[in-house]
Design a protein around this ligand. Structure first.
Ligand code: PGA
Length: 258
C-alpha cells in the first residue's frame, strides 16, 4: 500500500485581509523548511479576496505551500450574485477547495446535494476537494455519529469514480470540537476516520480507501498534532484558529519534530 502523504491545511475562515495574509505567509516562509514540504503537503485556505495576493506571494517567493479556497459554487458561470465559480479559482492556481464545512452547512444551510455538486465541480476544474463531515454534540451523545458521518460521506462521494475518490481529501471535523478548544481524543478521532475509510472501501473499493487522505479537524494545536497524526487513519489536519498564527501553524506542520 503506498504511503499517504499527510496534508496540513490552514482554514483562515473570514480572517486575515490581504495585507495580513502576506505577513502571515512571509513568516511561514522562514519557519517551514524543505524537509517539512518533503514530509507534509501544506495548504492555506484564504478568503476569496486574498487569493490573488496569496498566489503572487507564494509563486514569486517560490514557497511550496498550496493555495486553497474555502468554498465555491457548482456552476461554471452565470447569474449567481455573490458567488465564485470553480474555474475562477483554478485560474489562480488554487489546488484544494474545502467543500461542505460545517459552518457552511449550519449557518448557510448547505445541503448534501449542494455539497455533492460542489465536489464534482471542483474535480471538473482540475482541483482537489476537501469534503468535510462531522457530528454535533447532541448526535455524538445520542450515538448518532456513525450514521451522520457515513451519510455525509456517502452523499459527497456517490457520484465520483474510484480514481477521483482516491485523489480527494475527506476532513472529519466533529462540530463540538471546532473553535471550542475541545479536541476529540485521538482514539475517538481515529475510530471515526477508520469508519470513513471503511465506508469508502464499501462504496469505491479497497484501492480508493487505501489512497484517500482523511484529515482530522477541531481545535488542532501544536501540542496535540503529533498524537492525532500518529493514528493510522489520520492523514492530516484541517486547522482553523491555530492557523492564524504562523508560529503555531508551523508547529503543527512540524508535528513530527515534537
Ligand atoms: P478550529 O477550526 O481549528 O478553530 O477548531 C477547524 C475548522 O473549522 O476547520
Amino acid at each position: 500500500m503506498p504511503a499517504r502523504k499527510p496534508l496540513i491545511s490552514g482554514n483562515w475562515k473570514m480572517n486575515l485581509n490581504h495585507f495580513e495574509a502576506t505577513s502571515t505567509l512571509d513568516k511561514l516562509r522562514y519557519l517551514l523548511t524543505k524537509d517539512d514540504y518533503e514530509a507534509v503537503d501544506v495548504s492555506v485556505h484564504a478568503p476569496f479576496t486574498d487569493i490573488r495576493t496569496v498566489q503572487t506571494f507564494l509563486e514569486s517567493e517560490k514557497v511550496s505551500i498550496s493555495i486553497g479556497a474555502q468554498n465555491c459554487h457548482w456552476e461554471t458561470n452565470g447569474a449567481f450574485t455573490g458567488e465564485i465559480a470553480p474555474g475562477m479559482l483554478a485560474k489562480l492556481n488554487v489546488a484544494y477547495v474545502i467543500v461542505g464545512h460545517s459552518e457552511r452547512r449550519e449557518i448557510f444551510g448547505e445541503t448534501d446535494i449542494e455539497v455533492a455538486r460542489k465536489v464534482t465541480a471542483v474535480f471538473a476544474n482540475g482541483m482537489t476537494p476537501i469534503l468535510c463531515c462531522g457530528e454535533t454534540l447532541a448526535e455524538r451523545e445520542g450515538e448518532a455519529t456513525h450514521g451522520k458521518v457515513t451519510g455525509q460521506v456517502h452523499a459527497g462521494i456517490d457520484a465520483l469514480s474510484a480514481e477521483q475518490v482516491a485523489a480527494m481529501v475527506i476532513a472529519y471535523e466533529p462540530i463540538w470540537a471546532i473553535g471550542t478548544g475541545r479536541t476529540a481524543s485521538s482514539e475517538d478521532a481515529q475510530q471515526v476516520c477508520a469508519w470513513i475509510r471503511a465506508k469508502v472501501a464499501e462504496m469505491k473499493g479497497a484501492d480508493a480507501a487505501a489512497a484517500v487522505r482523511i484529515q482530522y479537524g477541531g481545535s488542532v494545536k501544536g501540542t496535540n498534532a503529533a498524537e492525532l497524526m500518529a493514528q493510522p487513519d489520520i492523514d492530516g489536519a484541517l486547522v482553523g484558529g491555530a492557523a492564524l498564527d504562523a508560529d503555531e501553524f508551523a508547529r503543527i506542520v512540524q508535528y513530527r519534530l515534537a
